[in-house]
Write a protein that binds this ligand. Structure first.
Ligand code: HEC
Length: 151
């Protein structure tokens, strides 16, 4: 009997190690893609806010507009249950997201609000841009701190 237990244990281990469903991997890659676009725009906004790039009102406004629209992308199909880092190697999304969905959503809404404020002032000069970029960046960090694995 013990022999059969060993066999079934081995079969279970194989099942657990099975590759993620294609649709789940697609959602993981899509959400990582959206975050890459956030980073791509933050490079401009943060670069100007921190003095690594000259302030350019048009570039700042475009990047802020992008952030506003990117953060309006509907999230409902990007976070299927079971696509956390304990189940899928390629993701840094912690399982805690699905245990605290209200808080996770609130942190996303905070980002949306910060991008709306940023969009309103990005073209109005460096002194207006700087605090709005800082406020937006804080919303990124607040979520990563709790819900994203260290790389
Ligand atoms: C509500 C939570 C939340 C907010 C707000 C948030 N992130 Fe993330 N971010 C995550 C999670 C979770 C991951 C891991 C996703 C994964 O690997 O599946 C991530 C991943 C990333 C990545 C890595 C993407 C990759 O290539 O794998 C970047 C870059 C990133 N975020 C940038 C940002 C920036 C910039 C902001 C703010 C403008 C931001 N994020 C706001 C939760 C958030």
């Amino acid at each position: 009997m013990a022999f059969f237990k060993v066999i079934s244990g081995a079969a279970l281990a194989v099942a657990l190690a099975a590759p993620a469903l294609a649709q789940d991997m697609n959602a993981v890659q899509a959400r990582q893609g959206q975050f890459k676009l956030y980073g791509h725009n933050l490079a401009v906004l943060g670069g100007m806010a921190q003095g690594r790039m000259d302030y350019d009102a048009e570039m700042a406004q475009t990047a802020a507009d992008n952030m506003f629209h990117l953060t309006r992308h509907d999230q409902s199909r990007l976070w299927p249950e079971g696509t956390d880092s304990s189940a899928i190697m390629e993701t840094r999304a912690k399982a805690e997201i699905w245990e605290n969905l209200d808080d996770f959503t609130a942190k996303f809404v905070a980002l949306q609000e910060a991008t709306a404020a940023l969009q309103g002032v990005a073209g109005n000069g460096l002194d207006a841009l700087r605090p709005a970029v800082g406020a937006m960046g804080a919303t990124c960090g607040a979520c990563h701190e709790v819900y994203r694995e260290e790389s």
